[in-house]
Design a protein around this ligand. Structure first.
Ligand code: 8YV
Length: 323
């Protein structure tokens, strides 16, 4: 039997593409632009595996191919809310993701956003680059201290825990956790964390709220106008999870009227299009989905996809099967 054909929807780090080619016939997207649904359908009809990213909407209508050749959708990324899992199952395809390898870097970015927004780093950089900084003064761009404050972590999976670790051991923050299921007390004890059963309890007491739950329908607008109104006026919201978890119109209102102090966002509903209302908020730090964007992590994500594919085509269960 010849090598399986795998269709890669975006360019990957060179070393990963090279390794991929040693195992498979690889079809690359030379232009590295997000693909049209018709191209994704063609890929499903002609390739043994589809290797998508967050920029590909693998919805029911894309998966509805008369004779799909694809048996495995091996996602490059931990979040897979852009893949319709039920539809993939119906078409007899399995789905894998890339957990673990991006937890540390995504947590680092949550800390980056937390510090940038609380210390007004984005505002300061914009001021300096625009040539309007007129020198040091005691009241210039005063922000808030992060050390010793209360961090509310929403979703206590791998990335939430890595963020808690950095915040607690690096910045002496007290950790409050909200999670769908009960977290093992020994895990909470590692960070001296407390778990609350009601999200509102976390929102009312936290100085920083950091989102680490999955996207998808069940968490859509988890943070809405009502929930934002529970936050302290001095508090910050950090989102490195998925844009849809936050009602961004409500968030823009809260930022504009300063009912919360600021937000640090790495992900957006409908990205890469950003709501003008958010763009206009000086108290928001906005990054272009950089959570896992280090060479080490992006390579590790690719190698993890390869491990899943090799296992699958060898007739074994891939380690990171999610459906
Ligand atoms: C990825 C992410 O870079 O893995 C995820 O879920 O959000 C990002 O860090 C992106 O999703 C790749 O598909």
């Amino acid at each position: 039997m010849g090598k399986p054909t795998v269709f890669v929807t975006r360019r990957w780090p060179q070393s990963v593409e090279a390794k991929l080619k040693t195992h498979f016939n690889v079809v690359l997207n030379a232009e590295d632009k997000a693909l049209a649904p018709s191209t994704l359908k063609m890929a499903l009809a002609q390739s043994d595996a589809l290797l998508p990213t967050v920029t590909d909407r693998i919805c029911a209508s894309v998966l509805d191919v008369v004779k799909p050749r694809t048996q495995i959708i091996a996602n490059y990324g931990v979040g897979f809310n852009h893949v319709d899992i039920d539809a993939a199952r119906r078409h007899g395809m399995i789905v894998t993701n890339t957990p673990d390898v991006l937890s540390q870097c995504t947590a680092d970015l949550a800390m980056t956003l937390m510090l940038m927004v609380a210390r007004r780093a984005g505002e300061g950089e914009r001021e300096l680059r625009s040539g309007t900084w007129d020198g040091w003064r005691p009241t210039h761009l005063m922000g808030q201290k992060i050390s010793g404050k209360i961090l509310g972590v929403v979703g206590f999976g791998r990335i939430g825990r890595e963020t808690a670790h950095r915040a607690h051991f690096g910045f002496g923050m007290k950790i409050c956790v909200y999670n769908r299921s009960k977290v093992d007390p020994s895990v909470l004890a590692r960070f001296n964390a407390t778990q609350v059963d009601d999200l509102d309890d976390l929102l009312t007491q936290s100085d920083v709220v950091s989102l680490h739950c999955p996207g998808g329908q069940s968490n859509r607008h988890l943070i809405n106008a009502e929930r934002l109104s529970k936050m302290k006026s001095s508090a910050y919201l950090i989102n490195t999870a998925r844009g849809e978890v936050v009602d961004e119109d409500a968030l823009a209102q809260a930022l504009w009227f300063e009912t919360i102090a600021g937000a640090g966002l790495d992900v957006f509903d409908g990205e890469p299009t950003i709501r003008p209302a958010l763009m206009n908020c000086e108290n928001a730090v906005l990054l272009p989905h950089l959570g896992s964007a280090t060479r080490e992590t992006r390579e590790a994500m690719g190698f993890r996809v390869i491990d899943n594919l090799v296992a699958f085509f060898d007739g074994c269960e891939p380690a990171d099967r999610v459906a």
